[in-house]
Ligand binder design. Structure first.
Ligand code: OAD
Length: 248
């Protein structure tokens, strides 16, 4: 493992442009459950029943009661962990340009990362489904569910639900970054949800070195990853940053 961490650190040291792609796994050590696997949200809830746009349109009260209220409670308590801090440290060292995250928890920004593409949107804000007025999620009162705007419209988080498309700017910029980076760090994602899952594939085809951090292998591990660092994001990031500090 140490050898692999050294190889990954050397690739980072040589790189002129590094981009990170993160997923739910990086926030597990912050107390936010992942979607898939043991203890995952989709083990508890059927995503098509609660996280699909048509489910929200047909049964907004149920989606708020079952999924969004839970997310609000979990996210309120969560703070960044060593995985997020490690990525910010890489940015400070001039070794990471942008974080593309599938997460909606805002923890990269809380850790200090300055250029974060929120590929699946953010849970930090909401919009009225009628007048589009914006709201801060933490300030929303859930005494009445679903929460409503003064105009009577139901609020919804500014996240991408199943059946919705990724924002054009987020998608375009992420694809450009993927095709122009020298190193892509892929942290805590099962790499199974498109179009995010294709970003490391685009990067690899354009000649990038792929470093994957995950306690388990993913579909990427077999064909695309150059360095697979098996373990939790927090401890691996600590080791990786420290190996890089020794080189620079
Ligand atoms: P998943 O839940 O699919 O995958 C989480 C990954 O994190 C798995 O590969 C785990 O092995 C890994 N993992 C678990 N604990 C970890 C730790 N401590 N450190 C590092 N890795 C760890 O989450 P995503 O890949 O982010 O989309 O899922 C992608 C999308 O699917 C989500 O953004 C969401 C979901 O449906 C939407 O809601 C649109």
């Amino acid at each position: 493992m140490l050898e692999k961490i050294d190889q990954a650190a050397s690739a980072l040291a040589r790189a002129r442009k590094t981009v990170a792609l993160t997923g739910a796994g990086i926030s597990v050590e912050s107390g936010i459950p992942p979607f898939r696997g043991k203890g995952g949200l989709w083990e508890k809830y059927d995503p098509m029943k609660y996280a699909h746009i048509s489910a929200f349109e047909q049964r907004p009260d149920e989606v708020w009661k079952v999924l969004f209220s839970d997310l609000k409670t979990v996210m309120k308590k969560a703070g960044p962990n060593d995985g997020h801090h490690g990525l910010f440290r890489l940015e400070k060292m001039g070794k990471l340009q942008t974080v593309i995250t599938q997460n909606i928890d805002g923890l990269h920004q809380k850790a200090g990362s300055s250029d974060v593409i929120e590929f699946h949107g953010t849970f930090a804000t909401q919009s009225c489904t009628i007048c589009q007025r914006g709201f801060i999620t933490e300030q929303i009162d859930l005494a009445e569910i679903p929460p409503r705007c003064d105009c009577g419209g139901i609020l919804r988080p500014n996240v991408v639900l199943f059946g919705e498309t990724i924002g054009y700017d987020q998608l375009k910029r992420s694809q450009i970054l993927a095709s122009t980076c020298d190193v892509m760090l892929v942290v805590g994602t099962s790499a199974t949800v498109e179009p995010a899952a294709s970003l490391p594939v685009i990067a690899k085809r354009a000649g990038s070195y792929i470093i994957e951090i995950n306690p388990e292998k993913t579909p990427l591990s077999y064909h695309f990853s150059d360095a697979i660092l098996l373990g939790k994001a927090g401890s691996i990031m600590r080791k990786l940053v420290s190996a890089l500090e020794d080189i620079l």
